[in-house]
Ligand binder design. Structure first.
Ligand code: SAM
Length: 344
């Protein structure tokens, strides 16, 4: 139930299990995961503390305890908890990632770099950790590795909608409003990086046929549960588009996806091929100033308006290029841009 995101049922079953067997650490551990997933962080911490009092050497429990402490703003205790997890099991990926992020947030870039290098030296997934390493060291790569995207979003899926709502994220709604203000007919839509299906929801009244593509199985599971997508594909979006029939769609939409793809030339070309003549391309970007694109410390890419306009010369007219607040980041507005292009 927990894995499937059926939190109410998971809660009822785990609570019953706790009554029947209060000294089983795994029950408290799973309750801790559940509370973390549904944002009841103080209860998550309590459950994980109980689990650890019964089984002090559970590295995963220390790691999740660290996440709860971090969410509660107790950074130095969180750091100790992640470190404890690593001491107990140096082959576990997540504590490296969590501790790395925490160190970066605190501006401890050197320590974060050392940690990612340690993970790679240990033989842990080099694609995953090289992306973190590139981001923290200011190196510019072309796009986030597939494995990094799927691991990040599989992990994120249960809480994605709630977390993004709390950060004021509503790019799908804003893009859908822009689309509506330029066309009122029914559309065949390709939703790139559809995630939990927020673009599909926002375009539900306007779609004739809706296809979603995403690398994360768990994000797709949430989109599937909405029951509005006609097709959902677990695939890398360039690969999927290359294999798709030409001129199949009236609209290609990508909300908050180019933050994982810096270099957009191939994607623009494939979009041109996938769109019908006069078709539309709607997307959001995080914005950078001078370079074409950059990889930010957060592991996300930002593109400049100049770059997007240059790519558009390939075959598009830029109809909308509106600045917007994408969401909050560390309590501050994060600037981006919403685009609507039309295929010439
Ligand atoms: C920040 S989420 C946005 C989801 C959705 N578009 C929305 O606005 O709510 C980014 C999504 O893009 C997917 N993604 C990123 N890079 C991808 C790629 N190369 N191929 C397929 N999906 C990708 C991720 O798995 C994730 O679900």
């Amino acid at each position: 139930m927990l894995e499937a995101g059926r939190f109410d049922e998971a809660h009822a079953l785990l609570s019953r299990a706790r009554v029947l067997s209060p000294s089983t650490p795994l029950i408290h551990y799973r309750l801790g995961l559940l509370f973390n997933d549904i944002g009841r962080t103080a209860e998550a911490l309590e459950a994980l503390d109980t689990s650890l009092s019964l089984q002090p050497d559970n590295a995963r429990a220390h790691n999740n305890r660290g996440s709860a402490l971090q969410l509660l703003g107790r950074a130095s205790e969180a750091e100790q908890a992640f470190q404890r997890a690593l001491d107990l099991d140096p082959d576990l990926e997540l504590p490296y990632i969590n501790l790395g992020h925490l160190l970066e947030e605190q501006g401890k870039v050197r320590q974060a770099t050392n940690l990612y290098e340690r993970a790679i030296a240990r033989g842990l997934d080099p694609t995953l950790f090289s992306h973190y390493l590139a981001a923290v060291s200011g190196k510019i790569t072309h796009r986030a590795p597939d494995r990094w995207v799927s691991a990040t979003f599989d992990n994120f899926a249960p809480t994605f909608d709630a977390r993004l709502r709390s950060l004021g994220y509503n790019a799908p709604r804003k893009l859908a409003a822009i689309v509506r203000s330029h066309m009122d007919e029914r559309l065949d839509v390709l939703d790139l990086g559809c995630g939990t299906g927020q673009c599909g929801l926002s375009l539900a009244q306007q779609k004739r046929y809706l296809v979603g593509v995403d690398l994360s199985e768990k994000m797709l599971g949430q989109a599937r549960a909405l029951g509005i997508y006609d097709e959902l594909h677990l695939a890398e979006l360039h690969t999927w588009m290359r294999g798709a029939a030409a001129a199949r769609f009236d609209l290609v939409i990508a909300a908050d996806v180019f933050i994982y793809i810096g270099l957009l030339g191939d994607l623009f070309q494939e979009t041109v091929r996938n769109l019908r003549p006069g078709g539309w391309f709607a997307f959001s970007t995080e914005e950078c100033g001078s370079a074409d694109y950059m990889l930010r410390r957060t592991g996300r890419y930002a593109q400049s308006e100049t770059y997007i306009r240059r790519l558009s010369e390939l075959a598009f007219t830029v109809v909308v290029a509106d600045p917007t607040i994408i969401r909050l980041e560390s309590g501050k507005p994060l600037m981006g841009r919403l685009y609507l292009l039309q295929k010439q």
